[in-house]
Design a protein around this ligand. Structure first.
Ligand code: NAP
Ligand code: LUD
Length: 304
């Protein structure tokens, strides 16, 4: 899977496009993710020449709501057991270095997501969602864990701006396990002072207006108004929302959680949707998989 992705890599010129007047500079996830994938391609080539035939391998497990598979899944326990069985077998497979279980789990009988994400071996948990990896991140052991792909991609985009995180006031909207909570941890351990907001936070505009760095992952289309944004702030929009649009053939379009046009007037840097955080998530998944393969080779050099 990884090699088919790395085949089509091209080097992007720069992560950012120049700005005019006071409009924010657009931080391109498309360009930045190409740079990351180009770097990974080189690393994979190095591994392949040093350990002939070796290739990093990732398994994406999908629990689908397909009629055919539902036939076999009659009880909650059975559903979870089947997924757990698949996870165990990938955990034991030495030729696989990364395993993610695509979320949300799409099953007729509800499956405990926590049970499933914690069944993935921490060594292969390239999503960084197991409690072992999440615990390490929350304690600041950043070098010894897998960092969840979306927040990791956001950090890479923030790095592209050249704005240093240390000492800044960062505001995160959302506290999910996949976006908000790990984003809080990453910003904190990169030495920002972090405020994390959620659905019970009163006066969101007031919190947002204090942010030098704002990361939004709420799943609410264009919820953050540009008027809330501090002048010159770095605005990272994780939101992927499909809204009706009759002018499109598909009848819908994708927007973020930030009202882009108004926020662009105030921010110093801003990510677009699409073409911002989304492509970075995919690139960071590849990065974590390559990192996992490198760790595997370090441990098993003599056997290879
Ligand atoms: P989620 O699990 O639904 O979590 C949403 C979070 O936002 C929750 O913590 C919720 O608060 C908070 N929230 C919801 N409404 C709010 C409001 N009005 N004011 C303040 N906080 C509010 O969603 P998620 O999985 O984190 O995803 C968030 C968004 O990011 C979605 O649009 C998703 O599609 C997108 N996403 C994008 C990528 C990517 O690669 N670009 C990856 C993952 C997710 P409570 O905790 O109080 O409920
Ligand atoms: N589950 C994720 N579920 C959904 N957008 C992603 C995502 C790329 N276990 C697990 O990858 O990390 C995960 N781990 N997630 N997500 C969402 C979430 C998961 C979302 C968007 C994109 C990954 C992406 O590339 C493009 C863009 O923003 O430019 C296209 C957006 C569009 O719909 O046009």
């Amino acid at each position: 899977m990884l090699s088919s992705v790395t085949h089509s890599l091209r080097l992007g010129a720069s992560g950012c496009q120049g700005s005019m007047r006071s409009m924010a500079t657009v931080i391109s996830g498309n360009k930045t993710s190409k740079l990351v994938r180009e770097r990974l391609k080189n690393e994979v080539e190095k591994m392949r020449s040093q350990f002939s035939g070796f290739r990093p391998s990732l398994v994406v497990l999908q629990v689908g709501d397909r009629d055919d598979s539902n036939l076999y899944i009659s009880t909650k326990l059975k559903a979870a057991a089947e997924v757990l069985h698949s996870i165990m077998s990938v955990n034991e497979n030495l030729s696989v270095h990364g395993l993610i279980v695509q979320l949300p789990l799409d099953s007729v009988n509800p499956i405990n997501t926590e049970l499933i994400t914690n069944a993935v071996s921490p060594d292969k948990d390239v999503d960084g969602l197991s409690c072992i990896n999440a615990g390490k991140l929350s304690r600041g052991d950043l070098g010894d864990c897998f960092i969840p792909c979306t927040p990791n991609g956001c950090m890479e985009l923030i790095r592209q701006t050249g704005v240093s995180v240390a000492g800044k006031h960062a505001v995160v909207i959302g506290r999910s396990k996949i976006v908000g909570a790990p984003m809080h941890d990453l910003l904190l351990w990169n030495h920002a002072t972090v405020t994390t907001c959620h659905s019970k936070t009163p006066d969101l505009p007031e919190q947002v207006s204090r942010a030098d760095i704002l990361v939004v992952g709420a799943g609410r289309a264009e919820m953050v108004s540009g008027q809330w944004v501090k002048d010159g702030a770095v605005v990272i929009d994780c939101g992927i929302n499909h809204v009706p649009d009759e002018t499109k053939a598909s009848g819908k379009r994708v927007v973020g959680d930030v009202h882009y046009a108004s926020a662009k007037q105030r921010a110093g840097f801003i990510t677009p949707v699409p073409g911002g955080v989304g492509p970075m998530t995919v690139a960071m998944l590849m990065e974590n998989t390559v990192q996992s393969a490198q760790r595997f080779l370090l441990k098993n050099q003599s056997r290879w």
